[in-house]
Design a protein around this ligand. Structure first.
Ligand SMILES: *Cc1c(COP(=O)(O)O)cnc(C)c1O
Length: 364
């Protein structure tokens, strides 16, 4: 990258930092994809070039996560938020109950949408603890024969993450993995459906990845609006209508980058190292205070507070001026949030730790 280009450390929760080699490739090929002589922004989604971009993105996702042939990979639009509706519309039949694990603000939104569609049972909630931890297995009150159990693997706003998948027996497990997809190995066969908006850990905004066990597609009723029907998107290879071609292309490049990093085991080790450095600094003196309970701490979104809200505003102001951008916590919870997804470089963690030490020395 030319030295005249200045990039800050981007701690944004999403859209979020992308790997520089991916941005460079996009920049290099933006005017014309070598194979096509035209831009990805201009190309027909029915062209051979785009068909192969889509197929390659799917192949790389499958290889990365070890997705069995009995699962379909769909590229949809509407963000993870539309999945809050599509999941119950497709999987929750009249008379059946869906169990939801309420572990944070996004889970709450998923519950709200599911209730518009059918019967919802909240199998556990940590709202009374301000969502500072994820529910334990022993707290789950599961409905026998439920249509599915819905969980949120990483709670982006509160900075908590599930270490282990819940044991839900033979009931299909549906997981919103929007903020930790491909940050660590994922046990696909234990899930019936996995979904994630791309813009946190997989690419730019505009595409949502849905990985669904093929047999579940039989539940999608023909009376559903066509665009909200998983079976329609599966039958048409995610090309029922115009897909977000640029977002799929960029996501494909990120998947290739992830494979070049050594895959999910390697990226998980890097993510653990990065998060451990930051939590060590938070725990060092007591000036900073991690908001998530220790055994629920997220490796993706690190949330912490300072001794006062005045100091927090000052911290954000000075950090931004020092090239550490996006550290202000979600407006609903306040405090700080450092989002440190796959593409966030370890040098950025070092810069933040150094800044935190200096801030504590001058304001502590
Ligand atoms: C960001 C986020 C969403 C919402 O994603 P959109 O793509 O903006 O709809 C849902 N769930 C989780 C866990 C998220 O982090």
């Amino acid at each position: 990258m030319p030295t005249t280009i200045h990039r800050v450390h981007n701690f944004s929760a999403g859209p979020a930092v992308l790997p520089v080699p991916v941005l460079e490739e996009i920049q290099r090929d933006l005017i014309a994809l070598p194979a096509a002589g035209m831009s990805i922004l201009e190309i027909s989604h029915r062209s051979k070039t785009f068909e192969s971009i889509l197929a390659q993105a799917e192949a790389d996702i499958r290889a990365l996560a070890g997705i069995p042939a009995s699962y379909r990979v769909l590229f949809l639009q509407g963000g993870a938020s539309l999945q809050f509706s599509m999941v119950p519309m497709n999987l929750l039949s009249p008379g059946a109950t869906a169990d939801y694990i309420d572990s944070g603000s996004w889970a709450e939104k998923a519950i709200k949408e599911a209730k518009r569609v059918g019967t919802v049972h909240v199998a556990a909630t940590t709202k009374a603890d301000s969502y500072t931890r994820v529910p334990a297995q022993s707290e789950l009150t599961l409905t026998p024969g439920a249509a599915y159990v819905h969980m949120t693997s990483n709670n982006t706003i509160e900075g908590t993450q599930c270490r282990d998948l819940p044991d839900v027996g033979s009931v299909p497990l549906v997981s919103d993995t929007s903020s930790d997809m491909f940050s660590r190995p994922i046990d696909v066969p234990r899930h019936a459906l996995i979904y994630a908006g791309a813009q946190k850990n997989m690419g730019p905004a505009g595409v949502t990845v849905v990985i669904i066990r093929a047999e579940l597609l039989e539940r999608s009723q023909k009376t559903l609006p066509t665009m909200l029907n998983y079976a329609v998107h599966a039958e048409n290879g995610s090309l029922y209508n115009t897909p977000p071609a640029f977002a799929v292309y960029a996501l494909g490049l990120v998947m290739k980058w992830l494979r070049a990093q050594g895959g999910l085991d390697a990226i998980a080790r890097a993510n653990e190292r990065k998060a451990a450095k930051l939590y060590a600094e938070i725990d060092r003196t007591g000036f900073y205070r991690g908001t998530a309970q220790k055994n629920s701490r997220s490796l993706m979104n690190v949330t912490f507070r300072l001794p006062s809200e005045d100091l927090e505003s000052q911290f954000v102001r000075e950090a931004t001026a020092a090239g550490l951008d996006g550290l202000k916590g979600h407006r609903s919870v306040g405090g700080m949030r450092a989002s440190i997804y796959n593409a966030f470089p370890e040098t950025g963690i070092d810069a933040l730790v150094q800044f935190m030490q200096q801030f504590e020395r001058t304001h502590g």
